[in-house]
Design a protein around this ligand. Structure first.
Ligand code: SAM
Ligand code: SF4
Length: 329
């Protein structure tokens, strides 16, 4: 098992398949100038499957989420999903994506064994989408969402980040839109993980503010906290339920005490936290001939060193050098 000194057990693995992306969300990446990982540094499809196998078979991982960068840019994605779906025990398999290209691949991903998707969409307005992502691809995301639903990658979840002066007014409209379609919406507080280090706490839209804005239009009642478990989103029933909305208050109400995550970057580094400043290099070990037991031991040691919390509020907080897009959000 992947345990740490605070008694937490990591059962949820986030695998980043690439650090590249076809959008340039302002809270994530600069317009240009970001150095991509070099191809030889990236794990091959076979290496990814080998490490996921060790995690699932030997280390107790129960859920695998593919992310990035934009995971749909990885040519071997369907094959990776298929190989992971063949594992015994079979993990839950999900994907976090910006949705571009999902219209083409949703059915194949479902057939390969993908269970669910989270699609990121911050706005209903194509121009605001362009301001936020620097690309005119709003319609591609909507097509991707529809395809995910049609393929049975359900419940379809939507992730949204609100930015002051850009889409901060859209919270109620986004929720109404999701309710109409049966999508589950979760707002994520903007975190200090952008490549350009432009995060500013004073302008960040807090969970409290999001809830205030939603409450102007909807009646929100908290779901009993017992059902939150290790899930980062706190959830509210909308107008009495059963529809729900979630808020991931990573900054103002961190959920580190219940964290059950472990992360593998596209270049084969294990990270025990999004905000960790250290990593454990499984790629070098793997390419030097380490056997599965040795890889598992390295992974265990990496998780044992996990800190109590992300420490965003600590006076000595230091944003990790690796941006979100290269960690895997
Ligand atoms: N490209 C895919 C996508 O956008 O869904 C997967 C990777 S992206 C890094 C994963 C999630 O992280 C997205 O929902 C995105 O909105 C969120 N994200 C990126 N940068 C963030 C930041 N600085 N703070 C909070 N969430 C962020
Ligand atoms: Fe790309 Fe996702 Fe980052 Fe946006 S949040 S730039 S879609 S990796």
């Amino acid at each position: 098992m992947l345990l740490d000194t605070f008694g937490r057990r990591a059962v949820d693995l986030r695998v980043s398949l690439t650090d590249r992306c076809n959008l340039r969300c302002t809270y994530c990446m600069p317009e240009q100038g970001l150095q991509w990982l070099a191809k030889p540094e990236l794990l091959t499809d076979e290496e990814i499957v080998r490490l996921v196998t060790v995690a699932v078979r030997d280390l107790g991982v129960q859920e695998v989420r593919f992310t990035g960068g934009e995971p749909l840019l990885r040519p071997g994605l369907v094959g990776i999903v298929q190989a992971c779906a063949d594992l015994d025990p079979r993990p839950e398999l999900s994907l976090t994506t910006n949705g571009i290209g999902l219209a083409r691949t949703a059915a194949a991903l479902r057939t390969a064994g993908l269970d669910r998707v989270n699609v990121s969409l911050d706005t209903l307005d194509p121009d605001t989408f362009h301001t936020l992502t620097r690309r005119r691809r709003h319609h591609d995301v909507l097509d991707g969402l529809a395809a995910a639903e049609a393929a049975g990658l359900t419940p379809v979840k939507l992730n949204a980040v609100l930015m002051r002066g850009v889409n901060e007014d859209e919270a109620p409209a986004l929720l109404a839109w999701c309710l109409e379609r049966g999508y589950e919406l979760r707002f994520i507080e903007q975190m200090p993980l952008d490549a350009q280090h432009g995060w500013d706490r004073s302008s960040m839209i807090t969970a409290e503010e999001i809830l205030e804005r939603l409450s102007a239009r909807f009646d929100l009642t908290p779901e009993p906290s017992a059902t939150r478990g290790a899930a980062p989103a706190e959830r509210w029933l909308v107008d009495g339920g059963p529809a729900r909305v979630g808020v991931i208050a990573s900054v103002t109400r961190p959920f580190c005490r219940a964290c059950d995550r472990t992360r593998l970057t596209a270049d084969g580094q294990v990270r025990n936290c999004l905000f960790a400043t250290g990593e454990t290099d499984l790629r070098t070990a793997l390419r030097s001939g380490a056997d599965d037991a040795e890889l598992a031991a390295l992974w265990r040691t990496a998780m044992w060193g996990k800190k109590a919390g992300a420490g965003i509020d600590a006076p000595d907080f230091h944003q990790p050098d690796r941006p979100m897009s290269a960690i895997g959000g």
